[in-house]
Design a binder for this molecule. Structure first.
Ligand SMILES: [Zn+2]
Length: 245
């Protein structure tokens, strides 16, 4: 396959449940194509540090450990992605999470819309196995995975020799509950993007590099289809599936 052409104006959304490798793949898409990888966590930290009114509101929710309301989340994303000095393109990770947030994003991005939405599909049992394999060093905080990133000596940190432990929220029951919540809230979001012709599903099971190759192939396919669609749309009527209409 030819080297994918970089385009810093690409606007992508990466969906996938915890354990699907979403953050890793979003970072790799950013390295391959050029737009910044924007995770909700990064946008939140930047807003909280900015001292703006919105940032102070956000910080008050975060400091109290409360769920941040939708309008505040949307406001932070609006400032981060569409405010002064915002990047031309982005690889979004962790936003949108609901149909309401997707509608807000479509409205914000209406001039050019969103180019591609990647859905990283991973089987529940596979995700469960991967997440249940996570271990963290109790001394230095380094993270490992007994499934695909084990330490040289079992149970002992490669960096400092500290002992490894499983996080409290990484038990099988807790992971199953989180996966169920994700399924319930995200299934309608996936349908919403599919109906608009933006969704590309990618099999996220297996080796990280193999998944990246699949993701890049999917993005290239979507870009080619979009370019072909724009050509034919120019000679026919306006294309269907445009966001914000
Ligand atoms: Zn350690």
């Amino acid at each position: 396959m030819a080297e994918p052409a970089a385009d810093a104006t690409l606007r992508m959304v990466v969906l996938g449940r915890q354990g699907s490798g979403k953050g890793t793949q979003a970072a790799r898409l950013s390295a391959t194509y050029g737009p910044p990888h924007v995770s909700t966590g990064d946008a939140f930290r930047a807003a909280a540090a900015s001292g703006s009114e919105l940032g102070r509101t956000l910080k008050s929710y975060m400091d109290r450990g409360e769920l941040v309301p939708d309008d505040v989340v949307v406001g932070v994303i609006r400032e981060h992605l569409f405010g002064p000095g915002a990047p031309a393109g982005f690889i979004l990770d962790g936003f949108p999470r609901t149909v309401a947030q997707a509608e807000a994003l479509a409205e914000m991005a209406s001039l050019r819309g969103i180019d591609i939405v990647i859905d990283l599909e991973a089987d529940t049992e596979e995700v469960l196995q991967r997440m249940a394999g996570r271990r963290v060093c109790t001394k230095c905080g380094a993270t490992y995975n007994i499934v695909d990133n084990p330490t040289k000596v079992p149970g002992s940190c490669d960096a400092c020799g500290g002992s490894l432990a499983q996080r409290d929220d990484d038990t099988e029951d807790a992971i199953r509950r989180r996966l169920e919540i994700y399924e319930t809230t995200t299934a309608p979001l996936i349908d919403w993007y599919r109906q608009r012709g933006l969704l590309v599903a990618v099999n996220a099971v297996g080796d990280v590099d193999a998944v990246t190759a699949r993701v890049v192939a999917a993005v290239e396919g979507a870009r080619q289809a979009k370019a072909a669609g724009q050509k034919s749309a120019a000679s026919q009527s306006k294309g269907k599936g445009t966001l914000g209409t």
